[in-house]
Design a protein around this ligand. Structure first.
Ligand code: ADP
Length: 182
């Protein structure tokens, strides 16, 4: 029953948490940034406030990040050693390759973590705030993409998905059950 074993391995590595991602103690946290890496509202603002000016200094040097790509800085004053900045798609109704771009944002963040030897990382729900991606659809993309990546990458030991609101947390829980990861 290899399928069953595989899904057990996957589910034990994906953890859903409710709260503030800046408090996470994983080696890296992922930021839902904008393509200019200038900071802003939502989770981006919270990460720069909690992490201090060093993160923005490094972002300025990097200069920018196109949607679907990911870049890395140190974690400044955060408990996490690194911040992986990725840029999700702006929701335009679903026909502008939003799903593909959101998938690439998760994949490229995970691939960057692997390259850097990072074994534990936390994601927020990318694109579902100011960028307007419908939450239920986004939760499927997020959890399927993370689950698929973990199948082929045993070097990643744990992925925490941190949901800010109670409602978001419940929707992600339902999706995790639905897609058979829990
Ligand atoms: P985007 O521009 O990619 O939509 P936002 O920051 O506006 O990014 O929203 C992404 C998600 O992050 C939203 O679900 C929002 O509720 C959530 N969020 C906001 N602040 C935090 C935080 N401190 N920790 C975790 N998630 C957060």
């Amino acid at each position: 029953m290899p399928d069953k074993i595989e899904s057990e391995v996957k589910s034990s590595k994906i953890i859903l948490a409710q709260g503030d991602i800046t408090k996470q103690t994983t080696e890296a946290i992922v930021n839902a940034a904008n393509s200019l890496l200038r900071g802003g509202g939502g989770v981006d603002g919270a990460i720069h406030r909690a992490g201090g000016p060093k993160i923005m200094e490094e972002c300025r040097k990097i200069g920018g990040c196109p949607a679907g790509e990911a870049v890395i800085t140190t974690g400044g004053n955060l408990k996490a050693k690194y911040v992986i900045h990725t840029v999700g798609p702006i929701w335009k109704g679903g026909n502008a390759r939003e799903e593909e771009t959101l998938t690439r944002a998760y994949q490229n963040s995970l691939a960057l973590a692997s390259r850097k030897g990072i074994r534990t990382l936390s994601f927020p729900s990318i694109s579902t705030g100011a960028y307007g991606y419908p939450l239920q659809e986004a939760s499927k993309v997020a959890l399927n993409t993370i689950g698929n990546y973990l199948k082929g990458h045993p070097e990643i030991e744990k992925v925490v998905v941190v949901l800010f609101s109670d409602q978001d947390f419940h929707i992600y829980q339902e999706t995790l059950k639905e897609i058979g990861l829990r």
